[in-house]
Design a binder for this molecule. Structure first.
Ligand SMILES: C[S@@+](CC[C@H](N)C(=O)[O-])C[C@H]1O[C@@H](n2cnc3c(N)ncnc32)[C@H](O)[C@@H]1O
Length: 272
């Protein structure tokens, strides 16, 4: 029986069944209007803030897989200078607090579009125990440079965040990240993969653009192929170190849930 944690990494995405193909075709019969799409873009901050008002810390699980998947977060060099980590789209801290609990020796910057997420994150007792600076910021704008100097970050983590951003803004987002990284610095990326079950499940009326959808709560989600991830990182000047699909099963025996998920995981480097 697959466990909740089982992950297989591959170079391929799934092939679609005829029914899945038909569902994806049906999504094109009714697209989100331009007016609605523009409103969603202008109100992205409001929708994420309402998300955290409703869910507080209850929605995302702590990411306890991070050092297993991203061994770059571990360092065995005791003489190394303290490294600087920047968690972008940190939400309420499900990625960074497990790292702090594991006593990884980082100075941490963390930002999110939602002011409420940052407020909640700051109430976590681990916040004051660590050298963490959290701030509200839209990573698609140059505001980030008011908080973080250029060429100063060793590792940027971007975990299920780029998918929430309009694809027209992927390049500017990655340029902002490139600017704050030190030469030789890394981006660790995980996000929703092409043909993930959540993509196939969308009904007509929710598709905004190719592989980009609106959820019922007004937040949005993009589904990435590894080729697409490679192209957007390389346009900005990153070197791709790893880029793969992750096939995972989410299993909850009590609730009789056993669903396949597809993610993309990428490691990219700013040239030294
Ligand atoms: C799916 S959540 C992931 C949260 C966290 N990274 C984790 O793994 O638990 C996506 C997060 O991205 C944030 N976000 C969306 N657009 C953003 C933007 N333009 N700039 C910064 N954060 C953004 C949202 O507020 C939300 O907290």
């Amino acid at each position: 029986m697959p466990s909740d944690d089982e992950e297989i990494s591959t170079q391929w995405t799934k092939s679609l069944t005829p029914e899945e193909h038909q569902r994806l075709e049906q999504q094109n019969t009714r697209l989100v209007s331009n007016h609605k799409a523009n409103t969603l873009e202008n109100e992205a901050k409001k929708h994420w803030d309402l998300f955290y008002k409703r869910n507080e810390t209850r929605f995302f699980k702590d990411r306890h897989w991070s050092t297993r998947e991203f061994t770059e977060l571990l360092s065995d060099d005791e003489n190394e200078k303290r490294r600087v980590l920047f968690e972008i789209g940190c939400g309420v801290g499900n990625f960074i607090f497990p790292l702090i609990e594991e006593k990884l020796d980082f100075k941490v910057f963390a930002c999110d579009l939602s002011p409420r997420a940052i407020e909640i994150l700051k109430t976590n007792p681990l916040y004051n125990l660590s050298e963490t600076t959290a701030f509200q910021c839209d990573i698609t704008t140059e505001d980030v440079h008011k908080h973080v100097e250029k060429d100063c970050i060793d590792i940027v983590t971007l975990i299920f965040v780029l998918s929430a951003i309009h694809p027209d803004k992927f390049t500017i987002t990655l340029k902002n990240i490139f600017t704050v990284l030190k030469p030789g610095g890394l981006v660790l990326f995980r996000d929703y993969g092409l043909y993930d079950m959540a993509q196939i499940r969308f009904k007509p009326g929710n598709k905004i653009a190719e592989n980009f959808y609106m959820r019922q709560d007004g937040t949005r989600s993009f589904y990435f192929s590894t080729d697409f991830v490679k192209s957007i990182f390389e346009i900005v000047g990153f070197e791709i170190m790893e880029n793969t699909y992750i096939h995972r099963r989410t299993v909850n025996k009590k609730e009789n849930v056993d669903v396949p998920r597809i993610f993309v995981q990428t490691k990219a480097r700013k040239p030294a």
